[in-house]
Design a protein around this ligand. Structure first.
Ligand code: ADP
Ligand code: MG
Length: 266
């Protein structure tokens, strides 16, 4: 991977929930530098702090201590305008694709809203072309889906629709929190391949969160391994997988005995 500019940098981020006996340190002293056009996987077991870290990066949770720098400047979220500007270039995909959509809207409206969000004036034909292009990017047929409601689609189709929206919005930063854990194997590999394509064609920075080190290896340039709120190991995916240094990483990898032959991602 060529070494691009740093898009977002975290310094000593910590998040503590609750007080006294109820206190949980969900994220502890995590620092990172994520570059433009880089796919970073954050890997760890359930409860290791991945989602909490993602929410701090998204600006949905305030850090207890530490700071974030975005495009070379301290990130400001105090004013409404600051948040609007920050969120304009950040999109997220979550585990449950149905949670991100208005379930009373048909597919066509969900996609149209996404075009309107960008504030460009397009003719009906141009809108249609854009929606078709976005659907075919994720191997969906607009003609078959446009008149359907979300509940008429599978989880995998919904998640791919989510990626079609990302394709249209082309944010600088995409945070995908366990996006493949609720979908079928076929959609899973499509989704992972689409992440690679978004990186390559749009120079997108993608944070891919997973408990599955095999998926992380398939899709990422860089791995961050989290255990109990801390990053215990990080580095180029190849290096970390082929020569893990930390016992926790070694254990994660030994749990996937056939990591080199699992390319079918079934
Ligand atoms: N809003 C919250 N209030 C209290 N504790 C929380 C909250 N969110 C997460 N936690 C705790 O923080 C830890 C990390 O959770 P999370 O970031 O969701 O982990 P992961 O995404 O890796 O499964 C867990 O112990 C969880 O119970
Ligand atoms: Mg989580």
């Amino acid at each position: 991977m060529k070494q691009n500019d740093v898009l977002i940098r975290g310094e000593h981020l910590t998040k503590v929930f609750g007080y006294g006996k109820q206190k949980t340190t969900a994220v502890e002293d995590v620092s990172f530098a994520f570059h433009e056009g880089e796919i970073i996987s954050i890997v760890g077991e359930s409860g290791s702090g991945k989602t909490t870290l993602a929410k701090m990066i998204m600006g949905l949770l305030k850090e207890s201590s530490g700071s974030i720098e975005y495009m070379g400047k301290p990130r400001q979220l105090k004013r409404h305008g600051d948040r609007k500007r920050y969120w304009k270039n950040i999109q997220a995909i979550f585990q449950d694709p149905f949670s991100s959509f208005n379930l009373f809207y048909k597919v066509e409206k969900l996609l149209l809203d996404c075009i309107k969000l960008q504030g460009v004036n397009l003719t009906k034909e141009e809108q249609l072309r854009k929606m078709k292009e976005a659907c075919s990017f994720v191997n969906l047929k607009f003609e078959e889906l446009h008149n359907k409601y979300p509940f008429e689609l599978s989880g995998g189709q919904m998640q791919r629709l989510m990626i079609a929206r990302i394709f249209m919005l082309h944010p600088k930063l995409l945070i995908a929190d366990e996006p493949t854990s609720m979908v079928d194997a076929c959609s899973r590999s499509t989704i992972l391949d689409m992440l690679l394509k978004l990186r390559d064609e749009n120079n997108m920075t993608i944070i891919f969160i997973t408990h599955d080190v095999g998926l992380a290896y398939y899709v990422s340039d860089t791995l961050y391994i989290m255990e109990q709120g801390k990053v215990v190991e990080r580095g180029p995916a190849e290096e970390v997988i082929l020569n893990p240094q930390h016992p926790y990483t070694q254990q994660l990898i030994s749990d996937v005995p056939k990591i080199h032959s699992e390319w079918d991602l079934a």
